[in-house]
Design a protein around this ligand. Structure first.
Ligand SMILES: Cc1cc2nc3c(=O)[nH]c(=O)nc-3n(C[C@H](O)[C@H](O)[C@H](O)COP(=O)(O)OP(=O)(O)OC[C@H]3O[C@@H](n4cnc5c(N)ncnc54)[C@H](O)[C@@H]3O)c2cc1C
Length: 251
């Protein structure tokens, strides 16, 4: 239990599949491909994917996560906190520990651990650290494993032996935001617009909440005003989390 109630653990694959099914049932057409290029013309957006597929659209929504691909194509500036790199691996399911439903975090001198069991019982362990320390751990998985073994709580929650020969991956995990999250017939949402370091536990909640706002802004009869309010909300959330302060009330 947490001070403000229980946390939620999400089966991410099942959740995303169910979202996709709902969208298809609501009449959305789905096309899976990587975005290559997008340009606004008098006829709307011309969008081209890596496999050569072309689409026209009135609105472009950048929901490409931390990479903010569409916004990068248009040179929208990204603000970033100091680097935080997540070095992570997924171990094998073992019989040594009975998996439980808790997510555990633990800090040490050079970073912090996050560990949990996935729905298929495989353990996930992530060490978050600076850009100076991360490359060494990524290149020398034995060091990462040694630190895992030496952790006080994490090593009791997940079985370090499950990570023998596990390939480690590195992911940018810092807080970051676009200086402008919308423009002429485009909008960025989810992590593409504003992402937090994982300690916040805000990522999925934020992505869903601001995507809902972005949708309403696009569909609004007064979308100019709704888009300004969207940006204000992003600024407010970022300021509270990252700078620890609320914006002055402008109403
Ligand atoms: C190490 C780590 C741990 C985390 N732990 C938690 C946690 O415990 N709780 C929590 O709430 N959040 C957590 N998060 C954050 C959470 O995963 C994100 O906030 C959330 O996934 C954001 O959703 P999104 O849809 O905006 O982006 P994403 O989930 O990143 O989805 C972006 C999509 O865009 C696609 N895409 C990318 N580039 C292109 C392209 N060129 N063309 C087409 N498609 C593209 C990707 O394939 C992907 O499907 C964690 C993040 C990290 C890095």
């Amino acid at each position: 239990m947490q001070a403000e109630g229980s946390g939620w653990r999400l089966d991410r694959l099942a959740f995303e599949q169910s979202l996709a099914n709902q969208a298809l049932q609501a009449g959305v057409s789905r096309y899976d491909a990587w975005l290559k290029h997008c340009q606004l013309t008098d006829q709307g957006w011309g969008i081209e994917t890596e496999d050569g597929h072309k689409v026209r659209a009135k609105w472009l929504v950048d929901a490409t996560g931390r990479r903010s691909v569409a916004s990068k194509i248009h040179n929208i500036k990204k603000q970033k906190s100091p680097p935080l790199i997540a070095i992570w691996g997924i171990g094998k399911a073992t019989q040594n520990l009975v998996p439980d439903a808790r997510t555990i975090t633990e800090s040490d001198d050079s970073g912090w651990w996050y560990a949990a069991h996935l729905p298929d019982h495989r353990p996930l362990a992530i060490y978050h650290t600076s850009a100076a320390k991360a490359p060494v751990l990524k290149q020398e998985p034995q060091r990462w494993l040694k630190q895992l073994v030496q952790s006080r709580l994490i090593s009791k929650h997940i079985d370090p032996e499950a990570f023998a020969n596990t390939e480690l991956r590195a992911t940018d995990a810092r807080t970051a935001w676009l200086s402008n999250a919308y423009g002429d017939h485009w909008i960025a949402t989810g992590d593409a617009a504003l992402c937090f370091d994982p300690l916040s536990s805000q990522g999925i909640f934020n992505a869903i909440a601001i995507s809902d706002m972005a949708t309403k802004a696009i569909l609004s009869s007064n979308s100019d005003k709704a888009l300004i309010q969207y940006q204000q909300k992003l600024d407010e959330v970022r300021n509270i989390y990252y700078f620890g302060k609320r914006l002055p009330d402008t109403n």
